[in-house]
Design a protein. Structure first.
Length: 294
């Protein structure tokens, strides 16, 4: 039996809906979705249901997608909507409802979920709320995974871990590392961010193992010292978007050929030219590596 035509759906935030950041004066380039369409085989479809600024609660329940709405309309990639969504405002967008509609229009083969950074970004000025926000993230994330699997049971759901923000900038646009310095205890701001990610992502990896889901490890793919991968410290540039798209395209192809159901972690470590896959079996603790010091 012939394989179903590829239909990849993107869910999440500006790590995959970065059109605003590559449309600014002085930062012109292609968005992640453009790079992905170019990287996938001919005939593949990509539906962009990500929305700049979204948190896990927005993916789960819907939210205001006004940040990228105008830019996406101008680029011919409008945020999907419906009368039901618009009852809550002109730019209200419910991604999971849109996913069901997209699947009905053309069966979805792959879903890429990249979400969570804005959950923390929102409290950078008050990291005393970190435990509360992390717990909410874990609960929302598990519900999103369950909802996607229910909406598209035959689709492969790829869980994309979000990258470290650009490090060593003369001016931090979002002050991520300055905020990390406010976390009590010894260690550098970079070390504290590594520790935070090392505490947030293990439950996501466990969820992936439980359901044999592939993991796209941007934490160990992006070189946070390569500022050319970023716009405004936390957004993917044209170059960063190309790297994300290449990792997604590789995983989509590899998973379609995988002989047995198993959770695998895909990454292209900085300084390497090829994507590597490793079993997500929990045998060794996952961590963000500083490849410059390894």
């Amino acid at each position: 039996m012939a394989a179903a035509p590829l239909h990849v759906v993107l869910l999440g935030d500006s790590t995959i809906d970065n059109v605003v950041w590559v449309s600014r004066e002085g930062a012109r380039g292609a968005a992640v979705v453009d790079h992905l369409r170019a990287a996938l085989p001919a005939g593949a479809a990509v539906t962009n249901l990500a929305a700049d600024g979204f948190k896990t609660a927005d993916v789960l329940h819907g939210g205001n997608a006004s940040i990228s709405a105008a830019a996406r309309r101008e680029r011919g990639d409008p945020i999907p909507s419906s009368g039901e969504d618009r009852a809550s405002g002109p730019d209200f967008f419910a991604p999971l409802k849109a996913l069901a509609r997209a699947h009905a229009a053309r069966p979805v083969t792959d879903v890429v979920l990249s979400i969570g950074g804005n959950d923390v970004r929102e409290i950078l000025g008050n990291l005393a709320r970190l435990a509360e926000v992390t717990a909410a993230f874990q609960g929302n994330y598990a519900q999103i995974v369950a909802a996607v699997r229910a909406a598209c049971p035959a689709a492969k759901l790829h869980l994309q871990l979000q990258y470290c923000p650009a490090y060593g900038l003369e001016r931090e646009n979002y002050g991520v590392y300055k905020a990390m310095d406010t976390i009590p205890g010894p260690g550098s701001s970079l070390g504290k961010l590594f520790h935070l990610m090392g505490s947030v992502y293990p439950p996501v990896l466990a969820l992936a193992r439980a359901h044999c889901l592939p993991v796209l490890d941007l934490c160990n793919t992006f070189d946070f010292r390569n500022h050319g991968l970023y716009e405004c410290q936390i957004e993917p540039s044209d170059l960063g978007g190309r790297l994300i798209a290449e990792l997604i395209a590789h995983a989509v192809a590899a998973e379609s050929r995988a002989p047995a159901p198993q959770s695998r972690i895909y990454a292209r470590p900085p300084g390497t030219a090829a994507v590597a896959a490793a079993a997500n079996d929990g045998a060794a603790p996952w961590a963000v590596r500083d490849h410059a010091s390894s």
